[in-house]
Design a protein around this ligand. Sequence first.
Ligand code: MTE
Ligand code: MO
Length: 519
Amino acid sequence: MVRAVTARESPAISAPVAGLLGVLATAVAVGVGHLLSGFVQPDSSPVLAVGNTFVDLTPGWLKDFAINTFGRNDKNALLTSIALVMLLLAVASGLLSRRTRRPGMIIIGLFGLLGFGAVVGRPDFQPTWLLPPIAAITVGLGSFAWLHGLASAAAADRTAGTSGPSRRAFLRSSVAVAVAAGGTGFGGQLLSQRSNATASRDAVARMLPRPPSPLVPLGADFAADGTPGYFTPNNQFYRIDTALTVPRIQADKWQMTVHGMVQRQLTVGFNDLLRRDLVTRPITLTCVSNEVNGPLISTAVFTGVELAPLLREAGPRPGADQLLSTSVDGWTAGTPLDVLLEPGRGALLAVAMNGEPLPAEHGYPVRMVVPGLYGFVSATKWLTDLELTTFAARRAYWLDRGWARTAPIKTQSRIDRPRGFQVVPAGSFTAAGIAWAQPHGIEGVEVRLDDGPWRPATLSTEVTGNTWRMWRADLRVAPGSHFISCRATDRRGRRQPDEPTPPVPDGAQGWPVINFTAR
Ligand SMILES: Nc1nc2c(c(=O)[nH]1)N[C@H]1C(S)=C(S)[C@@H](COP(=O)(O)O)O[C@H]1N2
Ligand SMILES: [Mo]
């Protein structure tokens, strides 16, 4: 018998069933979108596109808050929030549709359009990316309508006292949709991880000249006393960027254009880069968001091509004062051109880090690194475009979010041992830490226990002004609570100031202080 269920006469679907069907329809829509994006490109996943758009629209203060609160988990925190909002909307789409399916269809449709809009709005959008959001909307609406029909029929039968077959039909279909949601979501995850980028990175490893293995220069760190090692292993190197999903680029498809205020426009591929002279240079990268005593600083030996000669080949036209570098995901940095062309500055288009091709998280296949400048004005990862322009004409990503235009790294130091509120044995104790003032280098570090006199610390072997330098100091501590501070002086003779300044707009400064107890 064919049953015509009209809105008016149909009995309401029970609340739990309604909520469940909203969640199932949303889940299978997200899963299908994710699976197809695995074939097309990870960034075409509607959910991830919404997340990425959200990151770009977030005001600077909120982003700083997220970085400081969630640290390296800021991206997971965002993805979890998105998942929670989606879950709420999914439940609501079901609950509002207990009698007629229209409200749920509208919510799911609007949500789908949001994902669609976010995908279309990505800076690196390509037409094939339309596939995942369109499929997600179609599957979401289709499965909602289908499950809603079955649930309504079951509700009607229950009121009529003839429940049974229709209820089982709904249950069977729900299980099928749940399995489809899980399967497609999981499949999408596998696909995006398997991505071709891994194979490409292996190929690049074979193309690189055997880079000198990054041997730690003798005496360059006091790791035994609690400082970091002189070189930071790639998997421990701090990571800061706005990319919710790491861009996956294949080196053989990579191209970069140097254009704008130039005599001749240049286009270089990855092989063109490798044909130029490769240089290897230890550099300490520092993030402007780093708080006093913060962790956002690491050192690697970078291998790459000198940037200055490439810029001179293009021939900057008079008046150009900014190099605007753009990453494949649309992020931009604005670097003062005079700094890049300074003799001896040594800015690189880096292709390798600690003897390996750049890890995907750190900009594979090509990134910029400029000794002495904070990352947000210089260290563009997943580089794809260099435009010579003026600061007046083009504004880089963080400039409109409250950060400074010029951002030379400030002379700073950090205490690594003791850690805050650590309890140490009374008697002799060795404090240790790091100091940095790229590109000038560190001349001295002084340490003070409680209100005592400032005493010079012992410094590690100086490798280059472009990297951090470690310090250590032997102290005698009586039982009780203490505080210790330190201050660095750079090779220009400038001492790091006492007054604390926040990271915004151009980097934190101030003497670090650590409270600890001796027992
Ligand atoms: N494409 C891209 N490059 C970027 C960023 C970004 O958000 N996107 N962040 C910059 C910032 S703020 C810093 S401090 C450095 C950090 O580089 P790392 O993640 O390799 O340590 O990358 C810079 N390059
Ligand atoms: Mo940064």
